[in-house]
Design a binder for this molecule. Structure first.
Ligand SMILES: [Mg+2]
Length: 125
């Protein structure tokens, strides 16, 4: 995929902290309650971007969805620091969830009998 410019990107600051340190610092600075509120706020912005994208049939651009998804990712990563979940535990729980998703995909394929084609047909936004 080609590089996509985003609004304000030209003013991008150089990162001087590790990603995990940024998340930890945000939670330490603004507090657990505020950061959990921000998780909710960013999720709602992503929901809104998806609704607008679907309602306007691809206008506004998919970039709005991607940018809001990144905001959500940044806030979701802070949940680890709010609840003191270390990376090993996070990765383990994520593997469990991915295995559940994999099993769900496999059972859906068998149920529908259509294999990949059925899943692809449902991917249209
Ligand atoms: Mg946002």
């Amino acid at each position: 995929m080609t590089q996509t410019k985003i609004k304000g990107e030209e003013k991008l600051l150089k990162l001087t902290m590790d990603e995990a340190d940024i998340y930890r610092a945000a939670v330490n600075l603004w507090g657990q309650r505020a950061q959990l509120d921000m998780v909710i706020e960013e999720c709602s912005e992503l929901i809104k971007a998806i609704c607008k994208y679907r309602r306007y049939i691809r206008d506004p651009s998919w970039k709005d969805i991607v940018l809001e998804a990144i905001d959500v990712e940044i806030m979701v990563q802070q949940i680890k620091h709010v609840f003191h979940v270390d990376q090993e535990m996070w990765d383990h729980l994520k593997d469990v969830k991915l295995a559940e998703l994999q099993a769900h995909i496999e059972s859906s394929k068998k149920e529908k009998g259509g294999g990949e084609n059925h899943l692809q047909n449902n991917n249209e936004a």
